[in-house]
Design a protein. Structure first.
Length: 187
């Protein structure tokens, strides 16, 4: 006979030998089972459990698993196949969704987020450019503008036009090139 302990998840641990207690003999704990034959090693990712009084090899996903609806991790404690609401495959991150077999990147969601980031950056750069343009424009209106200031004004205005046309770039928003701000007239 071969002895095995049964842990809290129902997994067989062993084989184990129980000591002989003087005057009592071998004491078998209540969480133990005796089998006529030792069990073979379980396949990778599997464990032995007792089902209806018989050992059965089952898949073991205990540990961290991921929800298929949102990718959030949770701790799985059961020895059984996973339901279709969770997977053992790690969630790669934002914009990935579960296809039933694997995580797939949602390209349109990624592009939408990238577009929002690019437009926010563009607007920040345009605000900065407007701060450079305003005093130069005032000097022009007052007919006090110097040649260097006129060159700087035109440079900043072109820069704003290029920023405003970013969305027309064929690589927008993923791989486009940003316009370079003018160096003339930059304090």
């Amino acid at each position: 006979m071969t002895n095995y302990l049964i842990d809290n998840a129902g997994v067989l641990i062993g084989p184990v030998e129980f000591p002989v207690v003087p005057g009592l003999g071998v004491e078998i704990p209540s969480n133990a089972v005796r089998l006529t034959q030792p069990l073979e090693h379980a396949k990778p990712g599997h464990v032995w459990v007792m089902v209806d009084g018989l050992p059965e090899e089952r898949v073991d996903y205990r540990g961290v698993v991921y929800r298929t609806d949102n990718g959030k991790s949770l701790l799985w404690r059961e020895v059984a196949e996973l339901p279709n609401t969770v997977t053992a495959k790690a969630w790669p991150g934002t914009h990935y969704y579960w296809t039933g077999d694997d995580w797939e990147l949602d390209q349109s969601a990624l592009a939408a987020e990238k577009k929002a980031q690019v437009l926010l950056e563009r607007d920040t750069l345009m605000q900065h450019a407007q701060l450079r343009i305003a005093p130069l424009h005032y000097a022009e209106q007052l007919q006090l503008i110097t040649q260097d200031e006129q060159t700087a004004l035109l440079g900043w205005m072109r820069y704003c036009v290029e920023l405003n046309r970013l969305e027309q770039s064929p690589e927008f928003p993923m791989n486009m090139e940003w316009p370079v701000p003018p160096t003339v007239g930059t304090p």
